[in-house]
Design a protein around this ligand. Sequence first.
Ligand code: NAD
Length: 244
Amino acid sequence: MGRVEGKVALITGGARGIGASAARLLVAEGAKVMVADVLDVEGKALALELGPAAAFVSLDVTDRSAWSAAVAATTEAFGGLDVLVNNAGISDFGPLADYPDEAWDKIIGINLTGVFNGCKAALPALRASERNPSIVNISSTAGLQGYPALSGYVASKWAVRGLTKALAVELGPENIRVNSIHPGAVATDMTSGLDLPQKHVALKRIGLPDEIGHLVVYLSSDESTFSTGAEFVADGGELAGLPA
Ligand code: NAD
C-alpha cells in the first residue's frame, strides 16, 4: 500500500518544479493526480510520463470558471477529489518606488487570489471526500519573514499563510485540514536566474524540489491527520538563526 493509496489530488502549477515533483511522488505513493497548469505542453508531457494515474487540465488559477471546469475534470477522471495542492505561483523583484502597480496586481492575483479561488472551487468536492481531505498551500519562507525588494511576493505569501489559518479553523470541524508549506530557496525555473550561494543558511545549500514534494505527500496522507493550520518549514535552516 502506498502512503496516499486511493487518494485523488489536484496540483496547480504541476507542470514543472515543486509541483511536478509532488505529482511524481504522489503517484509513486498510490494517488491519482490531476496536473493543472498554464503550461500545456509541459503539463501534458508529465501526465503522459506518469501514465493512467495522472491527467492534465489547462488552468489559469486566476480564472474562476476554469477552476470549476478543472475540479469537474478531476472528479470525472478519478471519481472524486481528496487533496488540493495550491502550488502555482510567480515571483518578481523591485524596490517599492519602482515596483509597477500592475506587477502588484498580478502577483496578488496569482499567488493569493489563485489560492482562494482554488479552495472555494474545490470545497464541495472536498466535503464529499471520505478520505481525510486536505488542502496544502505552498507559501514560502517569504510568508514568515520579509525580504528586500520583494514586497509583492512577501505580501502574497504571508497572506497565503493567513488564509490557511482562517480556513483551517473554519473547515476543521468538517475534518478538512489546511496547512501551509514554507520552502526556502529551491532549485527550480523560478530561481534558475538567481545567484543563491545560501551561505547564510545552516545547511549551506539550495533545496531540491523533492525535498518539498515529500512534505506535500506527508500532508496529503493520513500520516498527518492531526495537523491543521500549521506551518511546515523546509528551508535548510534559514529561519533557525544567523550563521556563526
Ligand atoms: P516554477 O516556476 O518552476 O513553477 C511554478 C508553476 O506555476 C509553473 O509551472 C507555472 O506555469 C505555474 N503557474 C504560474 N502562474 C500560473 C497561473 N496563473 N495558473 C496556473 N499555473 C501557473 O516555480 P517553483 O519553484 O516550482 O514554485 C512552486 C511554488 O513554490 C510557488 O508557489 C513558489 O512561490 C513556491 N516557492 C518556491 C521557492 C523556490 O525557491 N523555488 C521557494 C519558496 C516557495
